[in-house]
Design a protein around this ligand. Sequence first.
Ligand SMILES: [Fe+2]
Length: 305
Amino acid sequence: MHFSFYNHAKRDYATLSVAMERSDFMLSRRQFLKGAVAVGIAGFAANSILYEPRRIIVERKTISINNLPDAFEGFRICQITDVHHGPFVSLNFVKEIVDIVDRLSPDLVALTGDYVDYSHKYITPAVTALCRFKPQYGIISILGNHDHLADAELTREVFDRNKIPVITNSHKLIEVKNNAICIAGVGDLLEDTQDLKAALHGVPPDMPRILLSHNPDYAEVVPETERVDLVLAGHTHGGQVRLPFFSIAPVTQSHYGQKYAGGLVRLSHTQVYVSRGVGMVGLPVRFNCPPEITVITLTKSHQQV
Ligand SMILES: [Fe+2]
């Protein structure tokens, strides 16, 4: 009897020990999962805030332009957009961009707006730094919605001081060996007016036309009668955060969803290149969507890369 009681007690103790061990294991697994999630979130935050916003990618694109004169075959335009110098984008980072572009030696630099976040105090340093590019055929600029929110007049004044044209609803002809292409610009879609007729006034009908429009949505309403060969735009920042695997941007600041989140978009009446831009607004994060410097090589052939 005593022996049987001892055996029962021993078995119960063993069962209890196993149960306790299982309970300990379950608890530590839960703790492990919590820890893994915390490390994942910390890693995501560190990557999105500290690493990816500084991981500049040079995107190279060859784009066909009808009637491109032979003299412009291989002509390289570097597009810089949405710099957003401010609390999240330092002046040193802007200068780093300028250094990279200088090393790329483009023929022309197109600045497509949003040079600061919301504050006018960043305008003079940001625009002055960007005016230091030294391409052979100069720099051409337009303004974005944030430039109007910060101070459009001051932005124009600083460009003017540095002898850089702001081509709002106007154009500039770029000449190479007695041939020319037209670079035109329109005002921002959200904060200004767009007069494409005025922008292209006097441009010969067969001359290639590249239009700078900060907001890519404007491409949807470009009249077919005002032939435009290519639109260069920014504004959407690629969404700043793009979901892994599907590369979908939950927020694009465009009425057309993912259509203008980034890259080349072909429409029936024109084509649009949308840069992810350099800086950030709203949240100081970029995920799966690094800053972009764009180098567009013009070609008259129809082999686009
Ligand atoms: Fe922007």
